[in-house]
Design a protein around this ligand. Structure first.
Ligand code: CYC
Length: 198
């Protein structure tokens, strides 16, 4: 098991429960109150670092709108994060508030989302990332075929994220924020649940 210091720090910063209540109060027209849970997975899932990610609206705490698994790994160009869907997301619903549900999650339940990877760079004080180029991450939403354009920044206690579905022909934004990133603040730290890698 070898994990670079940079990957270890990124994983530590990402692990937790995040929320944007401040932003939702300041700019209610543009930003709903959302919770993001990034829950460490056992090392055995990827023989590496993975998270179960759950996003939900504060007003619908029992109906997450996005449940995914992500795998963080090193490449010659830096850290990359590959996204996966779950075969039976129902089984893990609300695992963000009940991390024990994730103990038996296995790689065979995961479906790779082709093209849905982000490339990460260390700026010297935070991590920045964006979708890998190529318009390869196709999301069917609101009756439209879109590709995902994503940008994010992760610091010790925050996660800023902009996800947009764009039209493959015109690059116009079909869904997602037109008012800048969601600004999530870490509410609860899950880094103590990361697997031991050294
Ligand atoms: C989709 N968000 C996605 C996808 C990626 C990310 C890769 C496309 C694959 C998928 O369907 O899951 C984002 N993945 C990331 C990021 C990282 C990563 C940022 C680095 C940690 O590994 N997303 C938000 C907002 C919210 C949102 C709070 C409102 C716009 O951050 C929504 N993201 C959102 C939605 C989708 C998405 C609705 C499409 C999911 C679908 O409809 O199937």
């Amino acid at each position: 098991m070898s994990v670079s210091p940079q990957l270890a720090q990124l994983a530590t910063w990402m692990a937790g429960h995040f929320n944007n209540l401040h932003q939702a109060i300041a700019e209610p027209v543009w930003f709903a109150n959302i919770h993001v849970y990034q829950c460490p997975l056992p090392w055995s899932v990827f023989q590496g670092i993975g998270f179960y990610v759950e996003q939900l609206y504060d007003i619908y705490p029992d109906q997450p709108y996005r449940q995914r698994v992500i795998h963080l790994f090193e490449t010659p160009d830096g850290i990359r994060i590959q996204n996966y869907a779950l075969g039976s997301p129902e089984a893990y619903k609300c695992a963000g508030r009940d991390l024990g549900k994730l103990a038996s999650l296995a790689a065979a339940e995961l479906e790779l989302l082709p093209g849905c990877a982000v490339q990460v760079e260390w700026t010297g004080s935070c991590y920045r990332g964006r979708s890998v180029p190529g318009k390869g991450c196709i999301v069917e939403r609101k009756g439209r075929t879109t590709y995902l354009y994503s940008e994010f920044e992760i610091g010790a206690d925050y996660f800023h994220s902009l996800d947009q579905g764009r039209d493959p022909e015109t690059d116009q934004v079909v869904w997602g924020s037109l008012s800048g990133p969601f600004r999530f603040v870490k509410k609860q730290d899950f880094s103590c649940y990361l697997p031991r890698w050294s």
